[in-house]
Ligand binder design. Sequence first.
Ligand code: ATP
Length: 516
Amino acid sequence: MAQDDVFKKLVAHSKEYGYVFPSSEIYDGLSAVYDYGQYGVELKNNIKKYWWDSMVLLHDNIVGIDSAIFMHPTIWKASGHVDAFNDPLIDNRDSKKRYRADVLIEEHLAKIEEKISKEVEKARERFGEAFDEMKFRETNQRVLANQAKIDELNARFSKALNDTDLAELRQIIIDNEIVCPISGSRNWTEVRQFNLMFSTEMGSTLEGSNKIYLRPETAQGIFVNFLNVQKTGRMKIPFGIAQIGKAFRNEIVARQFIFRMREFEQMEMQYFVQPGSELEWFAIWKEARMLWHQALGFGAENYRFHDHVKLAHYANAATDIEYRFPFGFKEVEGIHSRTDYDLSQHQKYSGKKIQYFDPEKGESYVPYVIETSIGVDRMFLQVMAASYWEEELKKEDGSSDTRVVLRLPAFLAPVKLAVMPLVKKDGLPEIAEKIVHNLKFEFNCQYDDKDSIGRRYRRQDAIGTPYCITIDHQTIDDRSVTIRYRDSMKQERVKIEALLDIIKEKVSIVSLLRNI
Ligand code: ATP
């Protein structure tokens, strides 16, 4: 199936099965804003728990906070967001569509990279076992020519971004004959800067109101609480502060479902370290975060690092963890070595000393920071994309049928167990209800007695429930039920009393956490 189709199906499936709804839908929606439905909220909470526990529960030197969305406006001056949290935008005069100039260039680069990958794959098929990819990349003329194009474009692009040279960004688009994907034309406007922060007023106009911002990242709430946490928690460096919370960005291009939203949620952890040790910690967190992703079992080949060539002025190392979405490899998480930039800036703007007295060194310093920053919603999309599966099933009469199944890792699944009486009589519903009543203290169970058993299984497959049990007449005689496994569709008979042990272990976060 074409990847575009997979993505469309995923969006439709998310809505049909109560995962994600367009916001304000009865009023025709609000662009790039989404609501999570009855199953979506459970999956989202489970993702957050996986992240939170992996940070706060497993590290005795990482603690959490929950800071306010509204903050003193000077914070955003100090952090650089008022002056520099901009995206370069460009409009196409024919389609009237707006784009991020940097994204247009990045997509152009990705297309050239794709040409190289295709060339490599073709050669791999031709040469079979004997294929030496490195040698091929170093000698094939077409690959070399395309690689030269990429290197040249990358150098020009980085320089334009570093110099904030908007005219040059436009010139790159013109020189590379980049067209508008909608109109197909090259009728571009000038490139302009656009600040991504939303603002509002605090206080009534009578008493004088203040312009304040909706935070575009949760990180600053951590930095301004550095001293509070360090002192009250008696934290010793190295230590981390973790936070999960909403962030808001007035994104110019927001067309990819929950991949790029105007209101979204972040899970950020700032790790405070001794100056000079930051690159070591950067390497450690880079590896730890990749392990966290891969422990979900979606295939190591679907992840890669994208090390930044162009670094923000305050960073001395940065990388993204990218996942292979149906629309290509895209960033899910950023890991940045932010030096002492943020704390120093707040020290300067607030006039308060923000330093750590290191008892071992006998001196005070502004700690350096390693940041790990991941979007909950993007992670949610990654999990959905990795789990959505259509399976061709052969029927007994030779015809075939398609089963849609969300192969969610059991810990993340919104419903762990569906309990189904085969028929709605003979005392079977009562037995089923009793099982739900007993097990609901342990994990999320659902009672389901509507429609045929086959349709009920399909419904549970579509929402990703890993286990279904069926109560039938034999249950009355010997207290056994049929347990059916979502992925293999295998069924076996087990005693009611054994259910807790069989399921609890498999749906628990513990085994997942032990893998990281
Ligand atoms: P992008 O380049 O995709 O705009 P970014 O580099 O600006 O992302 P960061 O500022 O590093 O992103 O934010 C950290 C994480 O927050 C990202 O890796 C992503 O998972 C998430 N995120 C950022 N912007 C959005 C958004 N508009 N919608 C959903 N998630 C987002």
